[in-house]
Design a binder for this molecule. Structure first.
Ligand code: HEM
Length: 477
């Protein structure tokens, strides 16, 4: 093979990549050194805005394989027959930390899955927890402000964190998960992944059901205890990133088994709580786990920036056979992600290799920054047209979603923040309870007493013992 030529980005050979052009041996650098100018200018533009949340992450590729027939509930082609395989990409992340944050921080872990199906990309942008802190999208920016940095000190702010949670008791269930050792998973491989929201599945006959996704780790759940997580944050902040990369590199491919819970459409009206409330789990006694398939990750990205940083995943990317539910949070997210992608990566982000569907994308969108394909060439760019442009696909239509009532700002009508948080507390072993209490007490120590007391009130309502032990730990017993 011949020697590879170094060139500028416009392809012109570079004569010297070690010595800038100067006026004379010791003279100043000259502006005609266009290679130097391009090199410095391109370097200045190497960063794109980091994700406003979930900035620190790691990703890998693999496949999803159907192991059990589910076509009685969904016509999604990638789920249509046992044995069918679909390529996937998963990006794992922490939530609050910046791009350089430590992987072992206490935080939910993001689990964003892209299925490259023949009907377009299906993105399931979930977490390693089945529930969330809030249930109305209007609260999300405020919530995230409390997880990020104090506007004056630029420090993490325990008072803001616990002030918000104590004033938003719907967070209690997720807070209990977060401060258990599941808040510090041992690696991305040793945790479950959840779709969290309720979604809709639609079959060939146009009949719909509500569905929730659970991906159970085949590696088994493993968590760090707090002291270990804190130590590793200092010694090897990229611990989980390294773990994932190295496991795949040596052929130890991580996998997860997908189960779903299916709820008949009409049950939603009469279930004992609002099944679209993302702070709640559905009882597995009422809606048992049904196996569907398996995800295996077996290929590392070749280039982190191209394939992970520029990856754009959105809960709005669904395929025929899968649709949305009235969950307000999910509805809010349908706006937030694609908006972030247009800002962070650009209007044509879906043309990038990691985001491009494997099925041809054909529509009347044209132009925009970095339109690097043929931009539709000479084909017709409007509809309706008489020139054989792409046509609507009526069978892709989801069934109408029934709604009722007047437009207003409605609070949730059923408001039990405590039963499921208490159930979870009572489910933990004695040593898991002890770790939970210790983790919470340690985190709440720097917090103002009136906020501590308000939050202890919530723990007490979940379970008197839960509240009493935290009060005791904080010297407020
Ligand atoms: C990332 C907004 C709730 C999981 C993001 C991003 C935004 C966002 C703007 C950055 C996207 C990007 O720059 O590419 C919101 C809003 C929410 C919400 C407005 C509530 C209304 C949730 C919930 C979950 C979740 C409930 C999980 C169940 C994720 C994950 C990522 C992410 C996994 C990282 C995606 C990736 O790896 O590229 N969110 N989020 N978010 N969010 Fe949310």
């Amino acid at each position: 093979m011949g020697k590879k030529k170094l060139t500028t980005s416009s392809g012109s050979p570079v004569a010297d990549n070690q010595n800038s052009q100067t006026a004379g041996q010791r003279g100043p650098v000259v502006i005609q050194d266009v290679h130097l100018l391009e090199k410095l200018a391109h370097f200045n533009r190497e960063r794109i805005p980091e994700r406003v949340v979930h900035a620190k992450g790691a990703g890998a590729f693999g496949y999803f394989e159907v192991t059990h027939a589910v076509n009685q509930w969904t016509k999604a082609k990638f789920l249509s027959e046992v044995g069918k395989q679909t390529p996937v990409f998963i990006r794992f992340s922490t939530v609050a930390g910046e791009k350089g944050a430590a992987d072992t921080e206490r935080d939910p872990r993001g689990t964003a899955i892209k299925f490259y199906t023949e009907d377009g990309n299906y993105d399931l942008v979930g977490n390693n927890t089945p529930v969330f802190f809030i249930r109305d999208p209007l609260k999300f920016p405020d919530f995230i402000h409390t997880q990020k940095r104090n506007p004056q000190t630029n420090l993490k702010d325990p008072n803001a964190i616990w002030d918000f949670w104590s004033l938003s008791p719907e967070s209690l269930h997720q807070v209990t998960i977060l401060f258990s050792n599941r808040g510090t998973p041992k690696s991305y491989r040793h945790m479950h992944m959840f779709g969290s929201h309720t979604f809709q599945w639609i079959n060939e006959q146009g009949e719909a059901v509500w569905v929730k996704y659970h991906f159970k780790t085949d590696q088994g759940i493993q968590n760090f205890r707090r002291e270990e997580a804190v130590r590793i944050a200092g010694e090897d902040p990229d611990y989980a990133t390294r773990d994932l990369f190295e496991a795949i590199e040596k052929g130890d491919y991580p996998s997860w088994t997908l189960y779903v819970q299916i709820m008949p459409l009409q049950d939603a009206d009469t279930y004992r709580f609002d099944p679209f409330d993302v702070t709640k789990v559905w009882s597995q006694k009422d809606y048992p786990l049904i196996p569907v398939g398996r995800i295996v990750l077996n290929r590392n990205p070749k280039n982190y920036f191209a394939e992970v940083e520029q990856a754009t995943l959105s809960p709005g990317n669904v395929v025929p056979g899968i649709s949305f539910s009235p969950d307000k949070m999910l509805q809010g997210r349908l706006f937030a992600y694609s908006d972030a992608h247009r800002y962070r990566v650009g209007a044509n982000h879906n043309l990038l290799p990691v985001n491009r569907p494997i099925s041809p994308a054909d529509n009347y969108q044209r132009d925009g920054a970095m339109r690097f394909d043929d931009n539709g060439g000479s084909s017709v760019n409007y509809e309706p047209n008489s020139f054989n442009g792409p046509k609507e696909v009526p069978e892709a239509k989801a069934p109408p979603l029934p709604v009722s009532g007047a437009v207003d700002s409605y609070p949730y009508d059923r408001d039990d923040h405590y039963t499921q948080a208490g159930d979870l507390y009572r489910l933990l072993s004695e040593s898991e309870q002890a770790d939970l209490i210790d983790n919470i007490v340690t985190a709440m120590k720097p917090v103002k007493p009136e906020i501590q007391l308000r939050q202890i009130g919530h723990f007490r309502k979940a379970d008197p013992d839960y509240g009493a032990r935290i009060a005791e730990g904080l010297g407020l017993g």
